[in-house]
Design a protein around this ligand. Sequence first.
Ligand SMILES: *Cc1c(COP(=O)(O)O)cnc(C)c1O
Length: 392
Amino acid sequence: MTQGDLTDLQLRAQLERARVGHLYRRREIVDGAQGVQVMIGGRACLSFCSNDYLGLANHPEVVKAFQSAAAQYGVGAGASHLISGHSRPHHALEEELADFVGAPRALLFSTGYMANLGTVSALMDRHGTVFEDKLNHASLIDAARLCQASVKRYPHADLNRLGSLLANADGKKLVLTDGVFSMDGDLAPLARLIGLARTHGARLLVDDAHGMGVMGAHGGGSFEYCGQPVKPPVILMGTLGKALGTFGAFVAAEEEVIETLIQRSRTYIYTTALPAAVAEATRASLRLARSETWRRQNLHERIDQFRCGAREIGLCIMESETPIQPVVLGDPDAALAAALVLRQHDILVPAIRPPTVPRHSARLRVTLSATHTAAQVERLLDALSHLPKSSP
Ligand SMILES: *Cc1c(COP(=O)(O)O)cnc(C)c1O
């Protein structure tokens, strides 16, 4: 890149191209707490775009745990975990998360993005190969880039292709996959991925950001749901900012992997620890997520309701049994127009456009929550049924 590419003129031209192509991104300013009703510009909107799948982000017990921990531990952690930032609430949360997913140990990271970057680059170097599902989350894509290993991408969930790529690679091998794919909502074929990884001496890192708390009878995530244990070759990454309603992430694995991350993971070592109050709030939300099974029941009822209703009105939905329910419209402008129409009905659903999703698969990305009522889902379906028809 020459310096000229960064002049205000060039940047303006680039922004204009995004605008013309209906790819320009804007932020909304939200007043008040996250929930199925959010306040935007003084209007109450019915939201189908949050990842707060269990309705815990603003739960009174979670808020109270946060406040009383802040009174005791202050707000900032003040240092990284390896210096003096690793407090008792962090440690207790790590033990509880390990127990939750059935792994020997868990390690907290400040975000899921950082957990993926830090884990992949602690384990891999330019002598190894990283294998990626084509629909993996951006943080897994960037993680592979950062670690300098050679990167092989396989078509979504195509295990034959993955098998032959694995068979033809030497050295360290690491397969990266979403557990629940963040834009399509489908589940990775975990049992078969584990089998393939075993056969080829590879490790398997599963990013379960959207499965954690949601899938499995106790909310343990995609592994609990598939009846697979979190043990080698598996390394699990889970986030706390989605169903658990707080902030942060963790990696769960056997002792040796966790100790390696503590020694070598740069996004673990060179960053400030999460506030201890966030850890305490997460301990509270984890207790609720585990024990209040009615939340998952409600959520899965709403998912079924949405899918039945969407089929009835002829929408193009995808194979997803998770809270992520995409309605594929095709062109970016169709997705954008649909989102605008919903918005005029005070319903918030984001239009997801390339490059986040493949070309010609721009979509409305509906996400459901345990705290949506049947009437609210009905209201969404009614608004969707009045959209102008388009064929993806
Ligand atoms: C949200 C998300 C992340 C990032 O987690 P943060 O804690 O928000 O940084 C990583 N992977 C997937 C699949 C996600 O959906």
